[in-house]
Design a protein around this ligand. Structure first.
Ligand SMILES: Nc1ncnc2c1ncn2[C@@H]1O[C@H](COP(=O)(O)OP(=O)(O)OP(=O)(O)O)[C@@H](O)[C@H]1O
Ligand SMILES: [Mg+2]
Length: 308
């Protein structure tokens, strides 16, 4: 911790740490929240954890809070709803505002904005109902099937044939009536943490699984994280700049993460952005921050500063 950071935790006032929530990623949010809670206490910040439910508005109004630290993942917390609620109450909060949060949560519209700006992302079709499956077939196999508004790889599957397509679509649709079919990208995968207006060192993810699925993310011990990424400096610089632009162009700000892949020819494809990424001890943003010389408490402090 720098001396500057020791200076004045009081300037943040009383912080509501919003963690848990009702999304499919509740458990991860609770894990992230516990880490952030401990860190804020170490930093001397006055913090109270709140697990949002129907009484949230009342608790925020009567709790005497000065700001909120949002560590809710997924729908309801990462998608602009909480951000709108806090804005209405006049409470500053960490990270992206309503627009960036909402677009970041919507993989379909996020891709539309990127394409509109000439940023590269895998070809896709939107599957609204069974009638759209034929256009997915027309994209060509393999395909990645994913719910539009989910995270943690939930409801996702690689599909190699028409026979598998309908089953995968139904499984994804159980999470979200809107489903994306994307052309499969074969090549290395990276994630780029964003802090303030800076792109942190890329992490290259390697898993023996078919893709970076839920187990590979949270429980498998076979996932490898390479940071530094192993790319040459020029390529790394270009990908970091691409990630930062992809993040900012959808209105995201403060902190977050951009996922991307390279195909066999080295051409980049943006996958998605996360406006409230994981902050568990295994999470990627803390890992990238560490590589940039920013320890967990420094990182939490700097995220809290995005609410000022
Ligand atoms: N078009 C694609 N081709 C190949 N693999 C893909 C493709 N899209 C996604 N993947 C794989 O699936 C994983 C999850 O995809 P994505 O990042 O879009 O979903 P997510 O569930 O929102 O992730 P997060 O937990 O980061 O929020 C990626 O990390 C990657 O391994
Ligand atoms: Mg992802």
């Amino acid at each position: 911790m720098t001396t500057d950071m020791k200076r004045a935790p009081e300037r943040f006032g009383k912080v509501a740490l919003l963690m848990g929530g009702q999304s499919a990623e509740r458990e991860i949010s609770l894990r992230s929240g516990r880490m952030v809670h401990e860190s804020l206490r170490r930093l001397g910040v006055a913090v109270e954890a709140i697990d949002p439910d129907a009484t949230l508005l009342e608790r925020l109004r009567s709790g005497g809070y000065d700001r909120a630290f949002i560590i809710l993942h997924g729908r309801g917390g990462e998608d602009g709803q909480i951000q709108g609620t806090l804005s209405t109450l006049g409470l500053p909060y960490t990270g992206s505002g309503v627009l960036g949060s909402a677009l970041g949560m919507d993989k379909y519209r996020c891709k539309l904005v990127w394409l509109g700006c000439g940023l590269p992302t895998a070809d896709f079709v939107l599957l609204r109902d069974e009638g759209d499956l034929s256009s997915a077939v027309a994209l060509g196999f393999p395909l990645m099937i994913k719910p539009v508004h989910e995270g943690s790889s939930l409801g996702m599957a690689r599909v190699d044939s028409v026979a598998d397509l309908e089953r995968a679509w139904r499984a994804a649709a159980a999470f979200d009536p809107l489903v994306l079919a994307e052309r499969w990208i074969q090549g290395p995968e990276f994630t780029c943490a964003i802090l303030g207006r800076e792109a942190l060192p890329l992490i290259r993810l390697e898993t023996p699984h078919v893709f970076y699925d839920y187990e590979a993310k949270y429980s498998a011990d076979t996932t490898r994280y390479h940071c530094p990424s192993g790319l040459d400096a020029e390529v790394e610089g270009r990908l970091r700049a691409l990630a930062l632009r992809a993040f900012e162009v959808v209105g995201a700000s403060g902190w977050g993460r951009v996922d991307l892949m390279l195909d066999a020819s080295g051409q980049p494809f943006l996958l998605e952005i996360n406006t409230v990424p994981g902050m568990t001890d295994h999470s990627l943003v803390p890992m990238a921050a560490r590589a940039a010389g920013i320890d967990f408490d420094d990182l939490v402090w700097r995220i809290l500063e995005t609410s000022l």
